[in-house]
Design a protein around this ligand. Structure first.
Ligand code: DGY
Length: 409
């Protein structure tokens, strides 16, 4: 549909700050890691050079440890909390101190596929940086087997019920006074609650107070949970990185080792009582007991699991538009509150990549159709109510425009 294509391009261009793209003005005024990677996928459909620049800018802020931060604060913006001073990471430009799901190798492989000749030089320069990021993930965040997160924001699925048990143990009562800015931009009913925010800030303050020391954060931090989405996204990205290494004539042994180890850790995410992949608290061993978008990414990782197929369809069939971010039959389901139920077009896009690769074309097409319907009816919003299609969160949203161009439209 031409008009919507033009609108989607205009949204990407409107959020383009020259060499990086913000998710949406007001609510998210900086460069966010996975938002930016998805922006590259959208740009690749009409401006391939700009797509590569997006990825290159992101990796310019890689830490010496290999970690690629979840926010890069290129320009100060008082309309966002917690800004660079609160994170206190000492990086230039300032960044946050945690990472975000590594979709980069997967999307970079797609961008390369859209620019096979000229793209070789650019991917060859990005390759060692992606390799170093994955090494950091495997050595630091995967030290317990599956991929873990040290802050709900690291998962990118901030207030998903997956994290409720981990958050229950965090003391948010002693955080320095602060003023939230997100609720000034969108309806507070669609955002995480105050108690959650206090805890987000408390976990951040712990990281800052230990100088963002990975070892201390993993061993003593207030929050450490195994994340199915992070595990599946990393595993998928490892596989794409391996294929890239083969094409570039790079050594593949280390990456193959990561794939073997992470694949071996996947069964540890299976909660038998729930009959689903599930998040768990690493320290207590307790399950989250929640079926979420994290679990639904198993096909994206190339994992075959008929019992999970059934779970996914049950959740999907219970709503009208796309795959919900949390189980619609669960008591905690909240169809408009951020990650506690809504359908996210970019998540649907990632799940569809997995369905397509597994040869499940009909399901992939159904997901595309339902996602396109949401956008056609509601516009390029951040996410949508999966029961009635109401648009939620930020408007003119980069990753919604990007997945429209690259996949849904
Ligand atoms: C926020 O500010 O809500 C972000 O999701 C943190 O990354």
């Amino acid at each position: 549909m031409k008009n919507l294509d033009n609108l989607a391009r205009a949204i990407l261009q409107g959020n383009d700050k020259g060499a990086y793209t913000i998710p949406t003005s007001g609510l998210y005024p900086y460069q966010w890691n996975w938002d930016s990677v998805l922006a590259a996928w959208g740009f690749a459909t009409f401006d391939i050079d700009r797509a590569w620049t997006e990825l290159e800018t992101l990796f310019q802020s890689q830490w010496a440890s290999g970690m690629v931060p979840h926010i890069i604060f290129h320009e100060d913006d008082p309309g966002y909390f917690p800004g660079p001073q609160v994170w206190g990471t000492g990086q230039t430009p300032p960044t946050s101190g945690i990472s975000q799901p590594p979709v980069a190798a997967t999307i970079a492989a797609k961008v390369w596929g859209m620019d096979p000749d000229a793209g070789r030089e650019r991917i060859a320069k990005l390759f060692p940086k992606m390799l170093a990021w994955h090494r950091w993930y495997h050595e630091v965040r995967c030290m317990h087997g599956p991929a873990t997160i040290t802050h709900p924001w690291e998962s990118g699925r901030d207030n998903c019920p997956d994290w409720d048990i981990g958050m229950a143990g965090v003391d948010g009562s002693k955080v320095a006074p602060y003023e939230r800015r997100d609720t000034g931009h969108v309806d507070p009913e669609m955002r995480p609650k105050k108690e959650e925010y206090d805890k987000y800030v408390a976990i951040l303050e712990f990281g800052r107070d230990v100088g963002w020391d990975d070892r201390k954060i993993m061993e003593e931090g207030p929050f450490l949970m195994a994340d199915p989405a992070m595990t599946f996204i990393l595993l998928r990205a490892d596989k794409d990185l391996l294929a890239m290494a083969e094409k570039l004539g790079e050594d593949t042994a280390e990456i193959q080792g990561w794939i073997d180890d992470l694949t071996a850790a996947v069964p540890s995410l299976w909660n038998d009582d729930l009959g689903s992949y599930d998040a768990s608290d690493i320290r207590s061993g307790a399950w989250a007991n929640n079926i979420s978008s994290g679990a639904f990414l198993y096909t994206y990782a190339g994992i075959d699991n008929p019992a999970m197929d059934k779970r996914t369809l049950d959740a999907w069939d219970a709503v009208t538009y796309g795959i919900p971010s949390a189980d619609p039959k669960a008591e905690r389901f909240d169809p408009q509150r951020y990650w506690r139920g809504p359908s996210w077009p970019f998540m649907n896009g990632l799940i569809a990549i997995g369905l397509q690769d597994a040869g499940r074309d009909l399901l992939a097409e159904r997901l595309r159709r339902e996602t396109a319907e949401l956008i056609r009816k509601g516009g390029f919003y951040e996410y949508f109510d999966p029961t009635n299609g109401s648009p939620c969160g930020g408007s003119d949203f980069t990753w919604t425009a990007a997945v429209w161009l690259a996949w849904a439209g």
